[in-house]
Design a binder for this molecule. Structure first.
Ligand code: NAD
Length: 249
């Protein structure tokens, strides 16, 4: 198995339809903890509780005590060299689609376009009863003005963001777009995902079953490692910048 940035550059150069799939690990170098690495979010919180539809409905004050500071934290970080490299590969026409599990919008802020956000994103707020939509700034203003920290719609019901919660239906359009991209990909590059959260965990299998090739750039191991053409266990940012340099060489 090949494992150098130059190998990844060669694979991408040969590709006619490369797709990038990213998870929380691409954003750790921006200062956002992932779920499963040491120091990740699961060490301090149970995401099944704080990021679940059940908590949002039954205990919105607990839900918003966790999520309100995270909105500020995510607003204060910037895309890192890995997000920038992905956007550059897309600008060069080497990467056709970017699929992400992340809700942080850093791919779009780095310049990637038509990003397929399979877990939604922190783009706006909306009332779960009457569907009234407001900006994230408005969500925060309403949360900060409320005694219990819960942003409420004019109709009185609590508002939520565009992030998909555990127990909530996945966004059909994004999931379909992700499968379409995987089905037409001859190369899939996975960056910073443990590939354990469905349905994204199935996408590399879709590519492989249609004769495509797989590259994974993630620090920890994944179940797909034996099926990779290129497998790199390094930090995403410096590696992706080295890939760009190798493409330019
Ligand atoms: P995960 O936490 O399960 O796995 C992250 C992977 O990235 C691990 O394999 C880890 O070794 C690797 N990694 C961490 N830092 C890295 C780096 N600098 N370079 C290369 N690899 C690195 O993440 P997941 O598979 O995306 O699943 C977690 C779920 O949580 C996702 O569904 C996602 O929606 C959500 N989440 C999102 C964010 C975000 O938007 N930034 C943050 C935390 C969790």
């Amino acid at each position: 198995m090949r494992n150098a940035p130059e190998d990844l550059a060669a694979l991408l150069r040969e590709a006619e339809h490369a797709v990038v799939l990213t998870g929380a690990g691409i954003s750790t170098e921006s200062g956002i903890p992932d779920f499963r690495s040491a120091g990740g979010l699961w060490e301090n919180y149970d995401p099944m509780t704080v990021a679940s539809m059940r908590t949002f409905m039954d205990d919105p004050a607990l839900f918003w005590r966790f999520h309100r500071p995270r909105i500020d934290m995510l607003g204060a970080v910037d895309p890192n060299p890995a997000h920038e490299a992905v956007a550059e590969l897309q600008r060069r026409g080497i990467v056709r689609s970017v699929i992400t599990q992340n809700i942080d919008r850093l791919h779009s802020r780095a310049g990637a376009v038509d990003v397929i956000e399979v877990h939604g994103s922190l783009d706006a707020g909306r009332c779960m009863r009457c569907d009234h939509a407001v900006s994230m700034d408005e969500v925060c203003a309403r949360a900060d003005a409320a005694e219990d920290g819960v942003p409420r719609c004019d109709c009185g019901f609590q508002m939520k963001t565009g992030v998909v919660l555990f127990g909530e239906q996945m966004p059909t359009q994004a999931i379909n777009a992700a499968y379409d991209a995987a089905e037409s990909a001859d190369v899939m590059l996975v960056i910073g995902s443990s590939l354990v959260v469905a349905p994204v965990s199935q996408l590399p299998g879709v590519v492989l079953s249609r004769g495509g090739r797989l590259a994974i750039l993630t620090e920890s191991e994944t179940d797909y490692d034996p099926h990779c053409t290129v497998r790199i266990h390094e930090k995403a940012g410096p590696t992706m910048q080295a890939v760009l340099a190798a493409l330019d060489a």
